[in-house]
Design a protein around this ligand. Structure first.
Ligand code: FES
Ligand SMILES: [Fe+2]
Length: 343
């Protein structure tokens, strides 16, 4: 299968990507574009998730517009039915039953993990079957979780950079995350290997913005991480361990649009779950909206100028190693270094 995005980000080949949230996939089929490929998801007769190319081989109707009949997906136009392997099992009105088998649709490996349905667009022929990244803290009763699913107008590299970059926060989230007139010196240690890159921030005082003042008592250090193929993560720690962990799973839909599944875990307080969600979510959501807006602006201007020749300084810690990882070309001089910055 020809996947143009793989040429730009070869590290995405043969990787699990989220196609939807588990509880979105019930009785109706779900359509989702993954890496430029239209996919239809549905559950078979045993309730297992299945993923097929969203195109009926008869007259090219999206199968996702059809319905599920006894675990098979039925095309809405002439009623052809396909099983979870993509094999045509029924053509209404056709009397020669053995003639239907050759009409199949491509199917994709699919699995369910940590509340998401994951698909892989190519069959992994080699070695151990890799599983998707496991969400940390999921079974830890000391944390509460909430999940957001949003459309992002950006390419993968720009979205990852935005999420992990602290230097825009004074301007895009002024007062909410940091303030430009209240900076402090921070040490950043950057570590990279072929699976990802991690930036550890030490000597950092609590962030100057409202979110940290309201919800964070103290901070000993924090981390920004990128994990292949497309996961970005922020972790804030006090001396007693992780206080907040935000993990963003990104699924490129095409070259300029992503689906982001954002899982926020935060330490339980004495407040009931509904009340702490009610208090925390609006602040996080405002920050998210501000990021989505600047990413949209950036994407539109990249399209307008047809130019992604960017200029960076040593403050732009994350872009170069992430770009190198996505193109499977991590340079040794990106592996371990330390930078001091004023955040
Ligand atoms: S287009 Fe699907 S059955 Fe005819
Ligand atoms: Fe931001």
């Amino acid at each position: 299968m020809n996947l143009p995005l793989i040429e730009k980000f070869p590290a995405l080949r043969n990787q699990w990507l989220i196609a939807c949230q588990t509880d979105k996939l019930r009785k109706m089929p779900v359509s989702q574009m993954v890496m430029g490929v239209p996919i239809v998801l549905f559950r078979d007769a045993l309730g297992h998730p299945r993923a097929l190319l969203d195109r009926c081989p008869h007259r090219s109707i999206p199968l996702s517009k059809g319905k599920i009949q006894k675990g098979h997906i039925e095309c809405p136009y002439h009623g052809w039915q396909f099983d979870g392997r993509g094999i045509c099992q029924h053509i209404p009105g056709l009397l020669k039953k053995d003639a239907i088998l050759p009409y199949s649709v491509s199917s994709f490996p699919v699995l369910e993990q940590d509340g998401f349905i994951w698909v892989k667009l190519t069959q992994d022929q080699s070695g151990e079957p890799l599983l998707p990244y496991r969400l940390p803290l999921l079974n830890d009763r000391g944390y509460r979780f909430f999940v957001w699913e949003v459309e992002v107008k950006a390419d993968l590299l720009n979205a990852v950079e935005n999420f992990l970059d602290g230097t825009h926060t004074h301007f895009i989230h002024p007062g909410l995350i940091r303030s430009n007139h209240k900076r402090s010196l921070v040490n950043a240690i950057i570590r990279a290997n072929k699976e990802g890159v991690e930036v550890e921030y030490t000597e950092e005082r609590r962030q100057s913005g409202l979110i940290a003042s309201l919800f964070e008592r103290s901070r000993s250090k924090s981390y920004g991480r990128f994990k292949l193929p497309s996961t970005a993560q922020l972790e804030y720690c006090s001396k007693n361990g992780t206080t907040t962990l935000i993990t963003v799973f990104l699924t490129p839909e095409n070259g300029t649009r992503l689906k982001a599944y954002i899982v926020t875990a935060y330490q339980k307080t004495f407040l009931p779950g509904w009340l702490s969600h009610f208090l925390i979510k609006p602040f996080f959501y405002l920050a998210l909206k501000q990021d989505l807006q600047i990413l949209r602006m950036q994407s539109d201007n990249i399209t307008l100028f047809q130019d992604e020749d960017f200029h960076s300084t040593e403050l732009d810690l994350i872009r170069i190693p992430v770009r190198q990882l996505l193109s499977q070309n991590l340079h040794p001089d990106q592996v371990d270094k330390m930078v001091q910055l004023s955040l």
